[in-house]
Ligand binder design. Structure first.
Ligand SMILES: *Cc1c(COP(=O)(O)O)cnc(C)c1O
Length: 239
């Protein structure tokens, strides 16, 4: 039962694993930010993570996040909320208002909508460009071969605060080569943030330079799938 999951113990364990992976890679443990992915879980579960000291969270869907985060943000200072699921342009205004980081900028239409909303609201969430490193047709993200031009356009045409890159490797492949590719694209574009690694592969991601790992199941336990059922590692339908 989800309420019996020991979130504090899980968080402590994941933090230990991150620290150990950092040490093994010759990195400082504080160089990796743990983004606790709370999608599908209610505010009571999130409260338990907050009580255990967690402040940075990830949500997939704008509408779902709007149902729980305004009250949580009002009740607790210092919370940082990442949007990690696909964004539709008609939700850009809600995304800019609620999220502190938008990790899934992946096409000009979204870049334009975000830029317009940031100007209008005077609020500028950090942006990450999602790269479809496996070039999977069903998955969101800009193709690796188009990434440099898109990053340039996000910076120059849309003046977005682009801080880094995000990827979700194909779930049936070794993630290491995808992490290496993301790191290479970030390096040649001078981008410091690398959001990569989930419950099954965050230690590998740390080895390849992740600055943010997005961990859900290892903290909150298993989720009820969104309808329609999404394959592991595949983005659910856009919010
Ligand atoms: C759900 C999700 C995660 C967390 O996945 P777990 O395997 O539960 O850790 C990370 N990133 C994205 C984009 C997700 O949709």
């Amino acid at each position: 039962m989800e309420s019996q999951v020991d979130i504090a113990a899980n968080l402590a364990h994941v933090r230990d694993q991150i620290a150990a992976a950092c040490t093994a890679a010759g990195r400082a443990p504080e160089s990796v930010e743990l983004v606790a992915v709370s999608k599908t879980h209610g505010a009571a579960m999130v409260e338990r993570a907050i009580a255990a000291g967690q402040r940075v969270f990830g949500e997939n869907r704008v509408q779902e996040a709007e149902g729980k985060w305004p009250a949580l943000k009002q009740a607790h200072g210092g919370l940082v909320l990442h949007l990690i699921g696909p964004l539709q342009s008609n939700k850009a205004s809600h995304a800019v208002a609620l999220f502190d980081v938008v990790e899934t900028v992946d096409r000009p239409k979204i870049a334009r909508a975000l830029a317009r909303e940031m100007d209008r609201q005077g609020r500028r969430p950090d942006c990450l460009i999602q790269v479809n490193t496996g070039e999977e047709p069903q998955k969101a993200g800009i193709a690796p071969g188009e990434a440099d031009a898109f990053i340039k356009s996000c910076r120059e045409d849309f003046a977005l605060p682009v801080r880094g890159l995000m990827c979700i490797p194909p779930f049936d492949e070794e993630p290491a080569m995808h992490f290496a590719l993301l790191r290479e694209i970030a390096a040649r574009n001078g981008l410091p943030v690398l959001s990569m690694g989930m419950s099954s592969d965050f230690e590998t991601a740390v080895r390849f330079g992740a600055t943010h790992v997005r961990v859900g199941t290892a903290i909150f336990g298993t989720r009820e799938p969104y309808p329609p059922v999404a394959a592991p590692g595949v983005n659910p339908p856009a919010a």
